[in-house]
Design a protein around this ligand. Structure first.
Ligand SMILES: [Zn+2]
Length: 673
């Protein structure tokens, strides 16, 4: 959550989930979900419709969701398991699970939360009220950051891009209430309308905390003005994909010069950071802008901005009226969900987010089998061999760069399932009946855990996702691929499924994460995770030309209405999708020689692999959620992920006997890996 330079994931939002206790039997001979298909569709015209049309027609988005997908289906199934674990823990029958039990029970106790009202925020609000000048802001910002209120900027630890073996402090842009800087700056009708709704939301929250009629009128404008000024200095998402644009190693004195009104020494002391001799100030212009905001905004207005963020960050653990108002804007206006999810589901998510490794420990104990781990490891090695072969055979890359690429490939390590060593939460106090306090202390625990890393060796055994998460990631600073237990099940992987189907799912996921090490971002890091150019100029140029083909291809896809897919924002993910499925197919075909290529459920092995890929991405999405995705998410919408990849593959054309002028056969087929 606090990682500032996100690792490259399979989907954008880590989804809380748990392993089902046993692998269910597939509904077909192959493991494909046959009733998810639309046999009336032509696979060569719209493969996504062919693979998923039945599922899409029969799985509308539930009222309390903004999306409904195979990922969500798995999450929902697994949440039931987490629910059982947490109910048991809350009853007190599992002494070693007292923390998750108390946290969960406190979160569920809406009556007690309502009864307290906003009183738990009183001391913090008094401190904000007592602020007399901007000069005294630093310790207060430190206190807010510690408990998870992200005002003005973010602060944490991350491996040094230029020497990834060591952790360093990092200060990054932040302080916004809308999803992205562009939400403040775009002038199209939808963006203007959303800003209007955001103003109303801030006004409603002000009314709930008892602001005067004049306050309800003026506070939203004050917050919007402050956040817009911060947004203007912030770097856009496409620029942030370039690691050189977000790496500026400065001394504290140099940072101080950028933001003269903010007392950094006092901030570092107040957050109890280890000695800081240098830090990555990701975007110096942002901090220069922050300095101007602090110098030009009256202290009374800064107080309103701080209070708004305190309430905003606390909303999930405040009384019902706050939760409902928070949902009205962030759930309905922004993502299109119609109803709030049941409280227990939200509390499962919050427990996973705040105590993920204690909850994770409880479910892998009952859920994660050695067979899945062994199979996964075997598949990883097969797909790494495919990439090795691919690198050897590349016509566009010279031997000099190939040698370096192989060094990097051979240095990739993997983690599967869950951590070898579980996080120690003994320093975190969880108090039954104090939902907001628990959440604030959990944030403080994590904040300090991160800051304690500064100046120390990077820990490659640490996980960036919790075990129940249905997702996977590549960490460029550690050159490792990571697969939480949560994703190692249907539809991605089933021990009882045909191998082709597993290669279309889990195999393509492995290939995807591995390819991230060699996409337009990942290729800039070396075998040890350092930002270092190992490419000859000629090969870098060839790579960029090939990557541009993906930019052009995906930029042509319409996400919704007038919004196109952003080909530059999604380039890394599209490269990983395309490389991932190709590597998985290569690996599968290499092992196929050993067994007869028989037909199952009426499909050839290659057809089953492509269908396995397609069916992982069956998805329904509300228009608001699709718009949000296209504007902020580095992953393309699922339909484009599926069709974008297969239309680049001659192997697909052959497998489904498509004609050269069919829509799923691109004239100019893109390929990097
Ligand atoms: Zn990815």
């Amino acid at each position: 959550m606090r990682r500032l330079f996100a690792a490259f994931t399979l989907v954008a939002l880590p989804l809380a989930a748990a392993m089902a206790s046993a692998q269910s039997s597939p509904s077909s001979e192959s493991g494909l979900q046959l009733d998810a298909m639309d046999r009336s569709a032509d696979p060569c015209a719209d493969f996504y419709q062919y693979a998923c049309g039945g599922w899409i027609a029969n799985n509308p988005v539930p009222a309390d969701r903004s999306t409904w997908s195979r990922f969500d289906e798995l999450q929902e199934r697994n949440n039931e398991a987490l629910h059982r674990i947490l109910e048991r823990a809350a009853s007190g029958s599992e002494p070693e699970q007292k923390k998750i039990g108390d946290y969960y029970a406190s979160c569920l106790d809406e009556a007690s939360i309502n009864q307290k009202g906003t009183a738990p925020l009183g001391p913090l609000v008094s401190k904000i009220d007592a602020l007399s000048s901007v000069a005294d802001l630093a310790p207060l910002v430190a206190e807010l950051h510690t408990i998870g209120v992200n005002v003005f900027f973010s602060f944490g630890a991350q491996a040094d891009f230029k020497d990834a073996s060591v952790e360093m402090a990092i200060a990054d842009q932040g302080g916004l209430g809308l999803p992205d800087r562009d939400y403040y700056l775009r002038d199209d009708a939808k963006s203007t309308e959303l800003r209007k709704q955001y103003l109303e939301h801030i006004g409603n929250i002000a009314r709930l905390v008892g602001a005067s009629a004049q306050g309800v009128e003026s506070i939203p404008d004050i917050v919007m003005r402050t956040e817009t000024a911060l947004a203007r200095g912030a770097l856009d998402r496409v620029s942030r994909r370039d690691p050189t644009r977000i790496y500026h190693k400065l001394t504290p004195a140099e940072l101080q010069a950028l933001t003269p009104t903010f007392q950094w020494t006092r901030y570092f002391t107040a957050v109890a950071a280890p000695p800081i001799y240098a830090l990555n100030v990701t975007e110096p212009d942002f901090f220069k802008g922050l300095g101007q905001v602090l110098a030009s905004t009256p202290i009374a207005e800064i107080k309103h901005y701080l209070k708004w963020h305190v309430i905003h960050a606390s909303a999930p653990m405040l009384p019902t009226a706050f939760v409902d108002e928070n949902f009205r804007f962030y759930g309905t206006a922004l993502t299109g969900a119609k109803e709030l999810r049941p409280r227990w589901k939200r509390c499962v998510d919050y427990t996973d987010s705040d105590l993920g490794e204690e909850l994770g420990k409880a479910f892998v104990k009952e859920a994660f089998g050695p067979q899945a781990k062994a199979d996964m490891l075997k598949m990883i090695h097969e797909i790494e061999s495919a990439l090795e072969k691919d690198i050897h055979e590349l016509a566009w890359m010279t031997d000099t760069t190939k040698k370096e690429a192989l060094v990097k490939l051979h240095a990739v390590t993997e983690k599967i399932g869950y951590p070898d060593r579980w996080r120690d939460y003994s320093a975190l106090t969880i108090v039954r009946g104090d939902a907001l306090g628990n959440s604030q202390r959990a944030n403080a625990f994590e904040f300090h855990r991160q800051l304690n890393k500064i100046g120390k060796p990077a820990d490659k055994t640490e996980w960036g996702m919790t075990p129940p998460t249905v997702n996977a990631y590549y960490n460029p600073l550690q050159n490792n691929i990571n697969f939480p237990a949560g994703i190692l099940q249907s539809p991605f992987y089933n021990v009882k499924s045909d191998r082709a189907v597993n290669f279309g799912g889990a195999g393509a996921v492995i290939g995807h994460e591995l390819t991230h090490g060699f996409d337009d971002q990942g290729r800039q890091f070396d075998a040890r995770g350092n930002l270092k150019d190992w490419w000859t100029a000629e090969d870098a140029k060839a790579f960029t030309g090939r990557a541009q083909c993906f930019v052009d291809e995906y930029s042509n896809f319409t996400a919704i209405d007038e919004v196109k897919v952003n080909g530059k924002l999604t380039l890394g993910e599209n490269t990983a999708d395309n490389g991932g499925l190709r590597l998985s197919l290569m690996a599968y075909m290499a092992t196929l020689a050993a067994e007869p290529a028989k037909s199952l459920d009426g499909f050839t092995p290659e057809q089953r692999l492509f269908l396995g890929w397609g069916q992982v991405w069956c998805d329904n999405r509300r228009p608001e959620a699709l718009r949000l995705m296209a504007q902020t998410n580095p992953h393309s919408p699922p339909r484009n992920r599926v069709n974008g990849v297969v239309s680049n593959m001659p192997e697909f054309q052959k497998a489904f006997s498509c004609k050269a002028d069919d829509p799923m056969v691109r004239k100019n087929q893109c390929r990097v890996w």
